[in-house]
Design a protein around this ligand. Structure first.
Ligand code: AMP
Length: 111
């Protein structure tokens, strides 16, 4: 079981900023920017690679929630969204998540 599943199940605490029946957003425990939140589906999708046609509505919901959560977080000057996938993508938690980062100008491209 992943650490994010434990957060969904309420087994470990998280600083939740938004939740509904399909998804959950909470502060990253190791923030890489002044604001660093993770948005995850409640459904245990391992990564982008595991999404199927059946997840089209869920994927759209997650993406649609990003600007709303960014607004809640006060990210009026823009923000960065990142989805790391697999080993070379730098994924370390194998439950799909969208990083929402902001609060300062962010460099591009990443390393
Ligand atoms: P990734 O490397 O894209 O898989 O991102 C995983 C992210 O999860 C990292 O930024 C970690 O800091 C974060 N993380 C790991 N454990 C926790 C936790 N218990 N609560 C919040 N964020 C976590």
């Amino acid at each position: 079981m992943t650490v994010f599943q434990k957060i969904i199940d309420g087994e470990i605490p998280a600083r939740i900023v938004y939740e509904d029946e399909h998804c959950l957003a909470f502060h990253d425990v190791s923030p890489q920017a002044p604001v660093h939140v993770l948005l995850i589906p409640r459904k245990p999708v391992v990564s982008l690679d595991e999404l199927t046609e059946q997840d089209t509505q869920l994927s759209g919901h997650l993406l649609t929630m990003v600007p709303r959560i960014a607004e809640m977080l006060g990210l009026t000057d823009g923000y960065r969204t990142v989805i790391n996938t697999g080993g070379h993508g730098g994924q370390t938690v194998f439950h799909l998540h969208i990083h929402i980062m902001g609060g300062r100008p962010l460099a591009w491209p990443p390393g």
